[in-house]
Write a protein that binds this ligand. Structure first.
Ligand code: FA5
Ligand code: MG
Length: 420
């Protein structure tokens, strides 16, 4: 349904992304509002909080090369297959990812470039980029966000073992002097195994190196305050098709555990594909917005995209300061209830994209507030509540009604629903 909806809306044969033209087909579901974000590259704008945070991370990983110039348009092969994703992985669905057409998509994570980076022959690298996922709408979800991917590989030789051991000792000493409280999980376990073909002792040392390196980074980012309370970090067993063992990291911030990254020991298949032999190492991928919202006290993820000087002027390159919110403008709630046509399934993400595409950043939140099946006709009725609120000004009721009117008419013309 998404591809059709898109074509009905912009009846062009091609979409243009960063100067390249891509033919539109029945799979296409990128929207004009998403495409307008691609050239912005917030992580490269000096003074922007995301750019400053990227800089601090690059500073921490001294000696790592860094790249931030890859195009977000990649093949599904690169985003998924090359990273050992199963053929039926849900992330591949058109409801979850943005497809330019059947052959190309917008990357859903920076891991899409792992093989490419390893193929360059780099042993230590960082990569920052914008990534795209179809998702719900609220204050902490946006269909475009930014990730930093990092990796380090060691020679699978006795000298390599020695190098990791020495590095682990150095990193452990740095952490020992700091005010950090770490809840750990075993480096390997029956449910989080060493890969076949990896020396278990070496693999454990590498996992330990990963944890020490990232704990050091977290301490640098979050541990700067004068608080006497120790910084609390917890490691959790995780699963990714392209790492084993795998971990996620959460940081306790203002009473809540916040997931900031995924990581693990790189699967051999990734390095093999990249033509890298006799090496073993780790990789991680972290969300810049997640961390920036906490460090700068930025309350709404849309703010990263605003051009309002009251936002931008508060930040200085290289410095983390607390954001002082300017006045919050009133919210305006509008409901829309409709019958789904019998033969259509309207995914929640289709609805959210339609709203985002019509109302842009004037929409703060979308919630499904009701759904039922009519006992006789068996038709499904749904009701969504849209919260309109500008971050820059007060919206008049006329303006909100007009936007809501557009949402309703788009809904009818794109999906053929019957408004109740
Ligand atoms: C990944 O994207 C993996 N590629 C990470 C990885 C890399 C694992 C290398 C192993 C080795 P995940 O989907 O969990 O994993 O996202 C990683 C981080 O991105 C999350 O921890 C979070 O900080 C951030 N993130 C994920 N989804 C969102 C979102 N919708 N909005 C903001 N940040 C997000
Ligand atoms: Mg995750």
């Amino acid at each position: 349904s998404s591809g059709l909806a898109f074509r009905r809306r912009i009846s062009q044969k091609h979409v243009e992304i960063l100067g390249n033209k891509y033919p539109v087909d029945e799979v296409t579901n990128v929207t004009p509002s998403i495409l307008s974000k691609v050239p912005l590259r917030l992580h490269t704008k000096p003074g922007h909080p995301l750019c400053t945070l990227r800089g601090l991370i690059e500073e921490h990983f001294a000696g790592f090369s860094h790249v931030s110039s890859f195009s977000p348009v990649v093949s599904p092969f690169k985003n998924f297959d090359e990273l050992s994703f199963a053929k039926d992985h849900p992330g591949r669905a058109v409801t979850d990812s943005y497809y330019v057409n059947k052959d190309m998509m917008l990357r859903t994570h920076t891991s899409a470039h792992e093989v490419e980076m390893f193929r360059k022959g780099e042993d230590k690298w960082l990569l920052t980029a914008d990534v795209y996922r179809r998702d719900e709408i609220d204050g902490s979800h946006y269909p475009v966000f930014h990730q930093v991917e990092g990796a380090r590989i060691f020679d699978a030789t006795p000298e390599g073992v020695k190098a990791v051991e020495e590095d682990n000792e150095r990193l452990a000493q740095q952490l020992a002097k700091s005010n950090i409280e770490i809840e750990d999980v075993p480096h390997v376990s029956p449910t989080n195994p060493v890969q076949e073909g990896h020396d278990p002792v070496f693999a454990e040392l590498v996992a330990k190196n990963l944890k020490l390196s990232l704990n050091g980074m977290i301490l640098k980012l979050f541990g700067g305050g004068a608080s006497k309370e120790p910084l609390k970090v917890r490691w959790i067993e995780a699963f990714f098709p392209f790492t084993s063992p795998s971990f996620e990291v959460e940081v306790l911030y203002q009473g809540k555990w916040l997931e900031i990254l995924g990581s693990g020991v790189v699967v051999k298949a990734t390095l093999d594909t990249a033509g890298v032999q006799n090496k073993i190492g780790w990789a991680f991928g972290l969300g810049l917005e997640r961390i920036a919202m906490v460090l700068y006290s930025i309350p709404d993820i849309r703010l990263f995209w605003t051009e309002d000087e009251r936002f931008l002027s508060q930040f200085k390159a290289g410095e983390i300061t607390t954001f002082k919110p300017y006045s919050k403008y009133p919210a305006c709630y509008k409901d829309v209830s409709f019958w789904l046509p019998a033969e259509t399934s309207l995914h929640e993400n289709d609805f959210c994209d339609l709203v985002r595409d019509t109302a842009g950043d004037l929409v703060e939140d979308v919630k499904k507030v009701d759904q039922f099946v009519h006992p006789k006709t068996k038709r499904t009725s749904v009701c969504y509540r849209i919260n309109y609120r500008s971050m820059d000004r007060s919206l008049s009721n006329e303006e909100t009604n007009q936007i809501q009117g557009q949402v309703v008419s788009e809904l009818k013309s794109r999906f053929g629903v019957e408004i109740r």
